[in-house]
Design a protein around this ligand. Sequence first.
Ligand SMILES: Nc1ncnc2c1ncn2[C@@H]1O[C@H](COP(=O)(O)OP(=O)(O)OP(=O)(O)O)[C@@H](O)[C@H]1O
Ligand SMILES: [Mg+2]
Length: 458
Amino acid sequence: MTSRPGKIYLVDDDSDLRTATAQWLELADYQVETFPDAPSALARINPQMAAVVISDVKMPKMNGMEFLARLTALDKDLPVVLITAHGDVQMAVKAIRQGAYDFIEKPFEPERLLDVLQRASEKRQLVLENRDLRRQLNGTGAIEKRLIGDCPAIQRLRAELLDVADTDAPVLIQGETGTGKEVVAQCLHEFSSRKSSKFVAVNCGAIPENMVETELFGHERGAFTGADRRRIGRFEYAEGGTLFLDEIGTMPLPIQVKVLRALQEREIVRIGSNEPQPIDIRLISATNCDLLAECAVGQFRNDLYYRINVVELRVPPLRERGGDILLLFDYFIAQAAITYKRPTVSIQATDAALLMHHKWPGNVRELKNIAERFILSSLPDAQRLPSIFGSTGQASTLPGNPPLLELLRHYERSLLEQSLSRHNGDIQAVTEELGLPRRTLNEKLTRHNLERKDFIAH
Ligand SMILES: Nc1ncnc2c1ncn2[C@@H]1O[C@H](COP(=O)(O)OP(=O)(O)OP(=O)(O)O)[C@@H](O)[C@H]1O
Ligand SMILES: [Mg+2]
């Protein structure tokens, strides 16, 4: 997850502290709004905002604890960080119990505050993203709108996904980079009864090796130098929901042992603690490497492999879903046009041929990036795509001006694929839709090397 500094609402009756703190935060790229008391802050705060609240505890008009109660009633997931008097541990514990995200003892170092805020705003972002997703889903209801594609392989994937979504079976998602593994993981969560709880994604490859354990299992205060407070790990954070371990192949071996143990025992032990904590999570993992090969060379534990791979979902590379390239491209340009408030541009036959010819090593992500650049380009419509492909040095294999027959061949193939998919390989329905005699259709299928059986979704 990328963290974007968000908005901070800072409430404190001490105006010097307000000014100084606001300055640090602004230097760290946060947008800050300050308030001398809780009621004036409450007047500005609404449930869906992308923000974190920092508040003093001892204040006139309304104290911090009451303010916290009002905020949690408004939005229980709004992160509230309380600034407490030094040594007031009891109060701090009470605050956390009542839903505060964290507390900071006065006087505090700017780094400490920034560290807490970074995590709080990441959490907030995650909550809002999940809510957005849920809203979109409730509005549309259909997995076809989340995991887009008409080709048989994607139809099959959607069916398999829905079969296992509402179970607790661990799922391993395999696929090349950019194929949509994370989309699949999110769908598994969204279409399960855990959907009202969290979806927590951990990119195992992006965490420094010595931090993985803390990140996953958390630590107690004083567990090691610098552990100045208890930290909840991702396993516990995902309680009741779904934990997504992305790039699991990069997980260091000693951590693999601990993850295996956590899955077997359904409990974790925070670093520096002797007390196991029970966990209730659904585990989804993803990898773009061949984990069995990693097992064979001792880089991945066999026992863990079988534990996480109760169900395996394979996301095919884009080059194996030729029929979907134009569909996805159309979808992404429509999306980009909305995001960037640009007019949509319809693609031309030559564009279609370029897109169909490209090998897509970066898969759907690459296609999406190209669609965005296509929309943002200031060139005349017909020059956009050739210029994008030219400049990335990934020039398509098409010569400068593809002959008309070549273009028609592509177009024909994509129409055939789409119709076959739509009708689930039913030849009769395809002949009717395309107005072709059966024999002509058969000849065309042979010429394009298309087989009916590949279009039957199971
Ligand atoms: N079938 C799809 N329908 C709609 N959007 C998709 C689809 N597949 C991928 N995307 C979009 O493409 C981008 C890349 O997908 P995603 O991040 O899920 O890939 P990934 O397999 O997890 O990649 P990596 O291996 O690099 O982590 C995302 O923006 C995602 O929303
Ligand atoms: Mg990913």
